[in-house]
Design a protein around this ligand. Structure first.
Ligand code: TYM
Length: 332
């Protein structure tokens, strides 16, 4: 069976609606047709300043939320990146075929290092996309479901796979980004010109998957809308309303045109109230499931351990092939 792989960083106390619609929903759908590998990139999370205590807790929250989203451990390997050392081992080898200039062009590094400048960023943040390429290539993944912001990193992974294959012989599957364009970029509710992000300064525009119903509803009701009063999709003139329409459509699986028709002649108010209820109905049960799962740490440990065993079986094979192709003498 073809393989699917993806990960989401445990860098906040909760994932948000953007992670869900941009990634998790696709993860869950793809489990049926693919051999699925989903993981928590804890080794990526240490490339910016962080607290070890938080990271430990957030790793469990991440696992619980992935399960609450519908990742099924009977059908998918769910694991923690640092439990599979082959990711880091492959990343080192890929570092040898990555150009410094090529790595310098990664826009996420430019964005994330923009505050203090590259000078005060970690080297780990700089080489992060190489580790991400290793995450993908070590499983010979065919498809990688992600949001729009990961497209460039996927392109790097493809380039590195092709380059390695060309220099050392056919070794890696060249992966494809699986990006659902309708929901590939969910925007912040307070500033619909920037993506919804767990690292936003204020979480008023970020609907977290652990927000309680009231909090989530309030965030939607106070979402920034645009001048005018027509509920109409127009990304240029009405980025706020358009973002809300995308979320509405994603939650109800109705087309945007259909939703627009329902609100013809009505103002933003009724539309936002309806959406706030839909969002509350979504995060309410999601949070409950997450809390139940978090109550049983032993069970989470068991799931993650089984997932890592499945993952390692595949990862070890690829690494062996890579070491062989690289000319490393293997221990006898
Ligand atoms: P991360 O942890 O920032 O985000 C996890 C997933 O959520 C998507 N996403 C969004 N989609 C739509 N709208 C948004 N506002 C939004 N914000 C986030 C991301 O595109 C991603 O799919 N480098 C990755 C983690 C990673 C990874 C990997 C992913 C590490 N190794 C290997 C795939 C394969 C990241 O930082 O995503």
């Amino acid at each position: 069976r073809p393989r699917v792989l993806s990960g989401a960083q445990p860098t906040a106390d909760s994932y948000h609606l953007g992670n869900y619609f941009g990634a998790f929903r696709q993860w869950v759908e793809l489990q049926d047709e693919f051999d699925a590998f989903y993981f928590i990139p804890d080794m990526h999370a240490i490339t910016v300043e962080y607290s070890p205590t938080d990271l430990r807790e957030r790793t469990y929250i991440a696992a619980a939320q992935m399960l609450a989203a519908g990742v099924d451990p009977a059908r998918s390997a769910l694991f923690v990146q640092s439990h599979v050392p082959e990711h880091a081992q492959l990343a080192w080898v890929l570092g040898g075929v990555t150009g410094f200039g090529e790595a310098s062009r990664m826009t996420q590094f430019k964005d994330k290092s923009s505050k203090g400048g590259a000078e005060s960023s970690s080297v780990g943040l700089f080489t992060y996309p190489i580790l991400m390429a290793a995450d993908i290539l070590i499983y010979q993944a065919d498809q990688v479901p992600v949001g729009e912001d990961q497209r460039q990193h996927l392109e790097l992974a493809r380039n590195l796979a092709q380059r390695f294959n060309h220099r050392f012989g056919e070794t890696f599957k060249v992966p494809e980004a699986y990006i659902v364009k309708e929901t590939a970029k969910i925007y912040d509710l307070q500033d619909p010109t920037v993506k919804m992000s767990g690292s936003a300064a204020s979480h008023n525009g970020v609907v977290n998957l652990t927000d309680d119903r009231k909090k989530a509803a309030k965030k939607v009701k106070s979402a920034v809308t645009d001048s005018g009063d027509e509920v109409r999709f127009d990304e240029k003139e009405k980025p706020g309303v358009s973002n809300l329409l995308v979320i509405y459509s994603a939650l109800t699986k109705r087309t945007i045109a259909d939703i627009e028709r329902e609100y013809v002649g009505q103002q933003y108010g009724a539309f936002k109230v309806a959406l706030s209820e839909l969002v509350a109905d979504f995060v309410g049960p999601f949070g409950e499931r997450t809390r139940e799962l978090l109550d049983d740490r032993a069970e989470l440990d068991r799931i993650l351990k089984a997932g890592a065993e499945q993952a390692r079986a595949v990862a070890a094979q690829t690494l062996e092939l890579v070491y062989e192709r690289s000319g490393f003498v293997r221990p006898t």
